[in-house]
Write a protein that binds this ligand. Sequence first.
Ligand code: PXG
Length: 465
Amino acid sequence: MNTVVDTALIQALDSAHFLHPFTDFKELNAKGARVMTRADDIYVWDSEGKRVLDAMSGLWCVNVGYGRQALADAAAKQMMVLPFYNTFFQTTNVPAATLAAKLASLAPKIGDRTFNHVFYSSSGSESNDSNVRMVRRYWDLLGQPQRKIIIGRKNGYHGSTMAGASLGGMSGMHAQGDLPIPNITHIEQPYHFDNAKPGESADAFGVRAAGWLEEKILELGADKVAAFIAEPVQGAGGVIIPPATYWPEIQRIVDKYGILLISDEVICAFGRLGYWFGCEKFDYKPDLITFAKAVTSGYIPLGGVMVGNRVADVLIEKGGEFNHGYTYSGHPVACAVALANLEIMEREQLPQRVRDDVGPYLAEQFKKVAAHPLVGVAETCGFTAGLVLVKNKATGAHFSEDLGVGMVCRGHCFGNGLIMRAVGDRMIIAPPLTMTHAQIDEMIGLILLCLDLTYADAQKNAWLA
Ligand code: PXG
């Protein structure tokens, strides 16, 4: 396929007309966006022909890797058979119904909690809006309309719509647009490196961090609290992996007060943590599971909520008409691509591969990263990993924020053919689950090179302490 493009022309069109997400428009227009033109396996190419190893799977999406013919074929075929029909007015379609059953069969079955139902959307943000609607409707139907408050976490990410951004705990997002919307509040995140007391073990910290939820519930009044929402591992917040004691204690607390638990698995589902769903990794029992991204490996937009029987039974049996839905709920092409994607994941056993093979291999190789003088702590969970850049390895002291050391490191990554995300001074990866051991080695080599280059900058500029 001819992918030669006129870079200057595309950049000019882009600058003149395209307002990018989460972007300083003026700053980007001044330098011009990098034009990505094609991708294959774990690599993407830009319009200058430069190849980059995509250690972020696009944006936590492309779990089966790029260039999968089966996904293109599924889309093309469905587009000719039935490209669209709505699911509002007592109609369904073959891919939407088949996928709902498939997702129900893959969903965790934990004790009395099963997931037999799916509510479809086209993104993670929309799915979390649907969660707010379903949770509030659930409590209304049970005669407890005062249970309105949803508790999220600081530095959590649940999307960018009004409800999604409100559920998330990103201060920069709350600072724009009068957010959060009413009846959403937040507790502190379980980030041991920053939030633990001196000498506090990870296990002790995990229990204390979960206790912040109980404190918040008691402060608000348990009868006012509708749900707690959290990611199994915080992704956009910088791959914050909770201590092993955290989730069991959260489970105890939500059970004690009868509060619904929403597991936002937009990043953690579909093999990312070595399981079909992230809650299986940490062995907790959500009532609702948000998904998006890797359900189609990002080849086409699709999202949704797995609705557990606790909520579904009430909505179905007592609810009457639920006044909520999207034009593209159950989009036939998106659902057909999802089915083909899940088929690849099953055939290639990608969740198991992450759990038993490439996940442990990445963890082993990441020890080299952890040993680097610039790195305070480096950890992996399944096939995602994060590290923090520090100015003093012994004390863990952070660089001053205005130095933007994370962005310096990200610049070296881009320059040397590696895509790694910077979240402040945390550098994070979430590579395609198909990576070979040799490709993991290649990625680790590039990460170490970029850390060396950033370290050299820090020495030269006297940023270290
Ligand atoms: N929940 C979680 C846990 C997410 O990670 C969303 C909801 C929203 O999904 P949509 O499809 O509406 O974007 C996400 C999205 C980043 C980054 O910089 C992460 C996301 C989106 C954009 C950037 O890491 N996650």
